[in-house]
Design a protein around this ligand. Sequence first.
Ligand SMILES: NC(=O)c1ccc[n+]([C@@H]2O[C@H](COP(=O)([O-])OP(=O)(O)OC[C@H]3O[C@@H](n4cnc5c(N)ncnc54)[C@H](O)[C@@H]3O)[C@@H](O)[C@H]2O)c1
Ligand SMILES: [Zn+2]
Ligand SMILES: [Zn+2]
Length: 386
Amino acid sequence: MKALVWMGKKKVEVQTVSDPAILLPRDCIVKITSTAICGSDIHLYDGVIPTLEKGDILGHEFMGEVIEVGKQVKRIKAGDRVVVPFTISCGRCTHCLRQQFSACDNTNPNWHIAETLLGFPSAGMFGYAHMTGGYAGGQAQYARVPHADTGLLKIENDLPDEKVLFLSDIFPTGYMAAENCQIVPGQSVVAVWGCGPVGQFAIRSAFLLGAAKVIAIDSVPERRALAGKAGAITLDSGDDVMEELKALTGGRGPDASIDAVGMEAHGSAYDEFKQALKLETDRPYALRQAMRCTRKAGVVSVPGVYGGFLDKIPFGAAMNKGLTFKMGQTHMQKYMGPLLKLIEDGKIDPSVIITHRLPLSEAPEAYPMFTKKTDGCIKVVLDPAA
Ligand SMILES: NC(=O)c1ccc[n+]([C@@H]2O[C@H](COP(=O)([O-])OP(=O)(O)OC[C@H]3O[C@@H](n4cnc5c(N)ncnc54)[C@H](O)[C@@H]3O)[C@@H](O)[C@H]2O)c1
Ligand SMILES: [Zn+2]
Ligand SMILES: [Zn+2]
């Protein structure tokens, strides 16, 4: 089959690789009909996430048709149309039973690497380096999906792929980020750093959960414009964000802030310098701003990915203001079903963020375009059959 493989920092190629096979009785094989590039793939492409190896297949936002199931798979059958969550979860461990699916205890075979880096291992994830299991990803024609009965969301309507594909990651991620903000309907003001795909869904989800006002911050005009279409007030990240937020909140600051930027924030020469010299692993510029700008006793919600050790975090501000922090890789399987219902009911159309539809063969050009945000690129959907 054809697949997009990582060959080193800023180097990805479409190669012919072996087809996946059923390895365990709870596996299934999915023939992929649509797949996307995520902001998390940028961190892999840029080489800032450790434990990636040459030849790893990337991609964790995909859907398609089940063509084969293992002996113990009961709920899913060959022929089912499915969306695949990016986290791999067993459905039976203590965490899965508490719906903390991205903390699953049983799906990361490289738990010892993750344990060294994180203290305890996270769940396995598709196409996301060996510290999360080294599973082959979904920017490919086929993928092996472990724990098929737990993970897969069946699509039993005739909605096109592009309306349901983002249930694989970014819609649940934006939604969980907004849910973590403890929004009081009709009252809460939520500030969102980053108007990329995750930020766009965080903004829309905050409104779905009743936010009175959403303020969205980014330097890219077309991304701000898309946030504006969802009803957000927008700010340029180059402006004095603290002063602007104070002016928009009666001097109090937002009730909750969402960092939908993560470890590669722009705007701080200090962080660029330190990361380049490997004196810090991440560039937490947006996170620092969010912590400073959030009102006293407010919430900071962090869907943005961080990989390691962060410098100059204003923890004194967090402690003295009494901030609450909520964060994490998304507990996908908890959200996919309820959010599909919102799409079916016409409450949200996730496809509005798509700017580029390309064949998988053009993924090596799509990566730098999405990373540098050129050609108005906000979200790329790839067709493995084209
Ligand atoms: N928690 C999860 O489960 C999960 C899932 C998917 C993605 N993510 C993470 O969410 C983050 C966003 O993903 P995305 O797909 O939207 O990526 P993206 O790179 O397309 O979007 C990030 C946006 O942040 C903006 N930005 C950069 N610096 C900024 C600053 N200082 N202030 C304000 N905005 C700034 C960029 O211009 C860009 O529009 C990434 O870190 C990604 O890894 C997490
Ligand atoms: Zn993702
Ligand atoms: Zn589990």
